[in-house]
Design a protein around this ligand. Sequence first.
Ligand code: FPP
Ligand code: MG
Length: 325
Amino acid sequence: MLLANKDILDNIVSSDLSAMEGFIFSSIGGEGIELAANVISHLVKSGGKKIRPKLVFIICKMLNYSGEDRIRVAASVEFIHNATLLHDDVLDESEVRHGVETANKIWGNKSSILVGDLLLTLAFRWLIECKNLNVLSILSRASHSLVKGEIKQMTACFNPHTIRKNYFDIIGEKTASLFSACCEAASAISGATSDETEKLRNFGFNFGMAFQIIDDMLDYTANQNTSGKQAGKDFLEGKVTLPAIIAYEKGSPAEQKFWENCFSLAERDFNQALYYINHHNAIQLSIEKARHYANVAQDNISTFSDSPCKTALVNFLNTSIERQA
Ligand code: FPP
Ligand code: MG
């Protein structure tokens, strides 16, 4: 029987993901903090996509590396990501993620922030255990970048002349930097050449850009029943994302005034915004932009020899762009 693309990927990474979960739970057990164990168990079971550790595992396999550091790096990137989500859900006052209650809804903001901090410190402890300064440097730079991106997003003001550039800067920092670091760190522990490492770093960056554009597009099209997301959340929080930017750029002066009021005066009418977005084909144009980044990502790894892992990596990229959740 032919396996679907997703099953091929799952086949390649499933035993590594189990090893990572075993590693995470044995480390947490040793911490002796019940709250942290409960929050982490909730996060691990709540259906996250585990994109970042999967990237680490496929790339290590593609480069024929099967040493223990791949588990440490994968667990670290998953924990850095989970730490950001714990903090992000507090900042965004989110109550649902992946269709289940967020940790801040269940345990409160203080618990989420502190467990997020714990995850971050554990991640860096595991990275130090790799005894590879390069890997440590890659992931500390990415962590710095994603906090910077989040701060820029929080303080971004609606400036019609710079919104497009600001948007791409912010998603580059808050999302693509960690995707890029996953690929670069996997390459570094696998002993790849600096040329291969640079190609994989760029692949990860462009993958991350495409991923976040789709995430932002889904905010305007989401149906909570099928995607676990609540439509319009970013818009109502005043986050200026690509569909709104496109509708603004293509809009009449009256429409531009509408968008300026939405983001500077907080007069936010989601149904009207959706009308303009659909009228200007901004969903389709956002998907095209994500597809552009995905094509660049694919070009970045065109010189790697064909292999089942490379095919799985490219399929992973493509299915992340085609996702509905
Ligand atoms: C999700 O974006 C959020 C991020 C990708 C980054 C969040 C980063 C921080 C909160 C800084 C804290 C950093 C560390 C290292 C602890 P989103 O809100 O657009 O996506 P969502 O729809 O999944 O919530
Ligand atoms: Mg959020």
